[in-house]
Ligand binder design. Structure first.
Ligand code: MCA
Ligand code: AMP
Length: 504
């Protein structure tokens, strides 16, 4: 039967002494070095007597070892569950519990905090940014060879948690075929080859940095300049050695805000790709004026990997996310009836294809609400298809904020704010922000004759919510605007505060 995902992403590089990871300290790991590391880890995982299909929850800093752990999970048939390093212990406890993870891997500094959550059922190992920790200590004593466990294409390879409108995160189940089909399509569409060197400054706990960036490089046999995070100085320093870069719009606006980012510095590059959040047409135009490059914008989701992309050869249209990828069907429907709308009209974007996930872990009702029986996934994004077939995202049917490429569901933040002393109710909205695109604004109504302590509220939010979800500002209002049905009019609030962070 074999293990196709392993074979096509990793196995094909066995024995290859060409570079895979260029690290900022000058060290280079070849494909062969990387596979040795992955195999040692695979032997370690098997030694823990884990069974294929069990989940491995991983909250660690970006490192070659962290990436090798993904490869080791594919090799052993374990389901890789990467988690944002910004998540608090309270958020992590939910993911560990909900996924029923059999193994939790975290940084040594978080070990004590996570021990109670893991204690019930999961084994706890550590992996630190420098590769130290209990997991690699064990792996170093293992053989650098491992025969991949048999898996079918429908077997699960990863869970990625994505928040929901009710405030409860859902585990999106991704199969081997979901990941592989998308990676191979993107290699072809974006013309990646083994000559490419990708400047990789994204986190590797989300679709963008892991399944788009890393898998595309693995499937094409190229290499990556593997930076721990987006640091402007480091990105500028390494740009001359790269051929391609992928990033969220914030990467591009930060580059444009710096005079050191010149046309000369970018002229040798083959490709700049943007996604995860809307890129302003203005950014697209400024980038072209500065560098002569038209950024290639694409559109995806955790549940679907990539759905659409601007063309490599044809016109890359500012403000558009391009065409459906080969194999992906896209339609625009009436949100109420589900009927397909005439071309050009705005409606709900739905997609179907080998990229679409298998459902939400142990949430059949939520799966049924978003994934139709005929295979179309209801994205929650509102869009239209123009006369030339380009897809435009014009808004969101879901109450979602995207800050610097990270998603925040207002409900989750509202639940925390509503709980605070002196707070009667709250509304959380996204407002424009010059650096992050959007940012979180919390609007509070006080209980009668109370004045909430805003500093204490922020401090309390810190213990419960990841930093990127924190309201950048809290404002106390007399009341929230409501429609005749009693529903809070978030559009009116967004309009009222739209200039809060963008006015000079
Ligand atoms: C960091 N902070 C943030 C964010 N990132 N706050 C809001 N939104 C954020 N995105 C916090 C920091 O903790 C810090 O807190 C303060 O804001 C300022 O940090 P700064 O140094 O400016 O931030 P940074 O560390 O430079 O990070 C900004 C970033 C990063 C480079 C834009 O957020 C990033 O790499 N984003 C990429 C996210 C991504 O990969 N998304 C893909 C999701 P304090 O002030 O307290 O120190 S996958 C997806 O969406 C789909 C599938 C798709 O289509 O790709
Ligand atoms: P996530 O849940 O992190 O996978 O985020 C997916 C969401 O990000 C999509 O549903 C869109 O709302 C948004 N998104 C991703 N790429 C783009 C893009 N190029 N333009 C606009 N929105 C995007």
């Amino acid at each position: 039967m074999g293990n196709l995902l392993y074979d096509r992403l990793f196995g094909i590089h066995a024995g290859k002494e060409t570079p895979f990871l260029h690290l900022p300290n000058g060290q280079v790991l070849t494909h062969s070095d990387f596979l040795d590391m992955a195999s040692r880890l695979a032997n370690t995982l098997i030694g823990f007597e884990l069974e294929p299909g069990q989940r491995v929850a991983v909250q660690v800093e970006k490192s070659p070892e962290a990436l090798a752990l993904f490869a080791a999970c594919v090799q052993t048939g374990l389901v890789f569950l990467p988690l944002n390093t910004a998540y608090t212990v309270s958020e992590l406890s939910y993911f560990i519990e909900n996924s029923g993870a059999a193994l939790v891997v975290c940084d040594d500094v978080n070990r004590a905090g996570l021990a109670p959550a893991a204690a019930q059922k999961a084994r706890l190992e550590t992996l630190n940014a420098d590769g130290s920790g209990s997991l690699m200590r064990r792996a170093l004593g293992m053989l650098p060879a491992f025969e991949p466990v048999n898996r079918t294409e429908d077997d699960l390879a990863a869970f990625l948690y994505t928040s929901g409108t009710t405030g409860r995160s859902k585990g999106a189940m991704l199969s081997q075929a979901n990941l592989l089909s998308n990676a191979e399509t993107l290699v072809r569409e974006w013309r990646f080859t083994d000559d490419d060197v990708l400047l990789h400054a994204l986190p590797i706990f989300h679709t963008h940095g892991l399944f788009v960036a890393t898998n595309v490089v693995l499937a094409s046999g190229g290499s990556m300049i593997f930076l721990p995070k987006f640091d402007l100085d480091e990105v500028l320093r390494h740009l001359p050695d790269a051929t391609a870069m992928m990033g969220v719009p914030t990467f591009y606006t930060r580059l444009l805000d710096d005079d050191r980012f010149t046309g000369d510095l970018a002229c040798h590059m083959r490709l700049f790709i943007s996604g995860s959040a809307p890129m302003l047409a203005e950014t697209h135009q400024q980038f072209e004026a500065r560098t002569g490059h038209r950024i290639l914008e694409r559109y995806g989701m955790t549940e679907t990997n990539m759905n659409t992309s601007n063309p490599y050869d044809g016109e890359r249209r500012a403000g558009s996310v391009g065409f459906p990828l080969p194999g992906v069907e896209l339609k625009v429907t009436d949100s109420e009836t589900g009927e397909t709308l005439p071309q050009g009209e705005i409606g709900m974007i739905e997609v179907r294809g080998p990229n679409v996930f298998q459902g939400y872990w142990e949430m059949p009702e939520k799966t049924a609400a978003e994934l139709r029986e005929d295979g179309f996934f209801i994205t929650g994004d509102l869009g239209r298809v123009d006369a030339d077939g380009y897809v435009h995202i014009v808004g969101r049917g879901k109450d979602l904020i995207i800050s610097g490429g990270y998603n925040i569901y207002p409900k989750e933040v509202e639940l925390v704010l509503d709980d605070q002393l002196g707070v009667l109710e709250s509304a959380v909205i996204g407002v424009p922000h010059p650096d992050f695109g959007e940012t979180v604004l919390g609007l509070l109504v006080a209980e009668p004759n109370k004045s909430p302590d805003l500093e204490a509220i922020m401090a309390s939010a810190q213990t419960q919510l990841a930093r990127f979800k924190h309201p950048r500002k809290l404002i106390v209002l007399n009341e929230l605007p409501r429609n005749t049905m009693g529903k809070v009019q978030k559009n009116a609030l967004r309009e009222a505060y739209k200039d809060l962070f963008t006015e000079d």
